[in-house]
Design a protein around this ligand. Structure first.
Ligand SMILES: Cc1cc2nc3c(=O)[nH]c(=O)nc-3n(C[C@H](O)[C@H](O)[C@H](O)COP(=O)(O)O)c2cc1C
Length: 217
């Protein structure tokens, strides 16, 4: 599959087959992903790959924490968002809702508990950044995250970035023995997509380019 087709078809996968992803396959994905550009070639990303029973243990802990603390997925803005941003989020929820109804679940439970469970994916990748870096280096983490999602899709796997784990970063660091000087930035659910699941069948829309570009000529 060529690059543009991969980009156009990739979507976040929220239902996975139980089939494990081999360590070799994860290595293949990460080996390609670390070809991503980074400022001054610092390559600041650090990956913790959770597989098998260890990943299940992490999921169980995160779901328990979610049930206790009830911190939900959200945009994490520091000021009220402009209507245009909110509209895009709401449009995506509305699109997803009928599929979730078909599955007999509701949005909040599915997304929040699902995120904490990495949507049942057999593998979870946790990406950390050394806290000696400034927040500018989150750009580099974002790029490698984007690469991982695309490479995985191109190789027949599916991913869902999991930002919600940030809310439980301290507990997670303790559980995974991540040192204090590393910040947990994002998680990625990784596995083979269950294409029969309604939730994987839709593709979120994008607004027209005119909404994003200002030309200065
Ligand atoms: C930084 C980041 C964090 C995200 N966190 C979550 C999450 O915690 N749970 C979830 O279900 N999806 C999460 N997503 C997936 C987005 O909801 C998804 O990318 C968006 O709705 C666009 O849909 P698409 O990926 O299918 O194109 C995250 C995506 C990004 C880029």
């Amino acid at each position: 599959m060529d690059l543009i087709q991969t980009i156009m078809e990739r979507r976040s996968i929220r239902a996975f087959k139980p089939d494990p992803v081999s360590r070799e396959k994860v290595e293949e994905i990460l080996n390609i992903a670390i070809q991503a550009p980074s400022a001054i070639n610092l390559q600041p990303w650090e990956f913790t790959v959770m597989m098998g029973e260890e990943k299940e243990r992490l999921s169980r802990k995160l779901v328990k924490l979610y049930r206790e603390k009830q911190i939900s997925c959200g945009p994490g803005n520091v000021k009220p968002l402009a209507d245009s941003f909110t509209r895009r989020g709401v449009a995506s929820f509305e699109l997803m809702n009928p599929f979730l109804e078909q599955m007999g679940t509701d949005f909040n439970r599915f997304i929040n508990e699902g995120s904490c469970n990495f949507y049942g994916a057999p593998t979870a990748i946790i990406i950390c950044l050394d806290n000696a870096f400034s927040s500018a280096r989150l750009v580099d983490i974002g790029i490698v995250l984007g690469y991982i999602t695309l490479i995985a899709y191109n190789l027949g796997l599916g991913t869902c970035p999991i930002g919600l784990i940030n809310a439980y970063a301290d507990d997670m660091k303790e559980l995974l023995n991540i040192p204090d000087n590393k910040d947990v930035v994002i998680g990625v659910a990784l596995g083979y997509p269950d294409w029969d699941s309604p939730v994987n069948k839709f593709k979120t829309p994008r607004e027209s380019l005119d909404n994003f570009v200002r030309w200065i000529e």
